[in-house]
Design a protein around this ligand. Structure first.
Ligand SMILES: CCCCCCCC(=O)SCCNC(=O)CCNC(=O)[C@H](O)C(C)(C)COP(=O)(O)OP(=O)(O)OC[C@H]1O[C@@H](n2cnc3c(N)ncnc32)[C@H](O)[C@@H]1OP(=O)(O)O
Length: 154
């Protein structure tokens, strides 16, 4: 993460992102995901346990595909901070391998793959407790100037 002095006046990054649908603890209709980060040099990983409800249902008993894409996007976005970058999703590709059950503790994991200048390439998986990989994703994130993020706020 850049030093807070690099951020727009008066607001930390966490304050700016305080209503993120994926991870804000105070957004009452958000997913309120909490991640554990591993930030060793060659192994930048974000992991969360995700147990969602009928509020997030698509097919009966299973998660909506858009919610699954959100989970993947959110997990991969968490890798940008340990890379000391503010970055936005430019491209997201999801492979829906098996239906993802609601009311089941699924494991959401994202890995940083490699970087080419501003381009950050990440991957993610959503896994059933029995070990079955339910969905995989690839993401391209582009590092941006933090001031750009601020300009987009109302
Ligand atoms: C607090 C932090 C925020 C947390 C966010 C959580 C994750 C999110 O959900 S973000 C929300 C969803 N994402 C967005 O709204 C982003 C909308 N998009 C944008 O604003 C812009 O496209 C932005 C800022 C990402 C990039 O814009 P810009 O800098 O003009 O990119 P651009 O110059 O077109 O492309 C940059 C490079 O990426 C390359 N590129 C673009 N798309 C692809 C692709 N699909 N595959 C490979 N390369 C690509 C381009 O070729 C270019 O390469 P090079 O620099 O070598 O020529």
């Amino acid at each position: 993460m850049p030093p807070e002095s690099h951020l727009p006046a008066g607001k930390t990054l966490d304050e700016q992102a305080s209503h993120c649908f994926g991870c804000s603890p105070i957004n009452p209709i958000g997913l309120q995901l909490t991640f554990t980060l591993t930030t060793e040099a060659e192994n930048i990983t974000a992991t969360a346990t995700v147990q969602l409800t009928r509020n997030h249902e698509g097919p009966p008993g299973y998660l909506h595909g858009g919610i699954i894409a959100t989970l993947m996007d959110e997990a991969m976005s968490k890798l940008n901070r340990p890379l000391n970058l503010i970055a936005m999703t430019r491209n997201l590709e999801v492979d829906y391998l098996r239906p993802c059950p609601i009311e089941t503790p699924l494991t959401l994991t994202a890995h940083h793959l490699h970087r080419e200048g501003r381009k950050l390439f990440h991957s993610a998986t959503l896994t059933h407790p029995d070990g079955t990989v339910l969905a995989t994703a690839k993401g391209l994130f582009l590092a941006i100037d933090p001031a750009l993020l601020n300009r987009r706020q109302p």
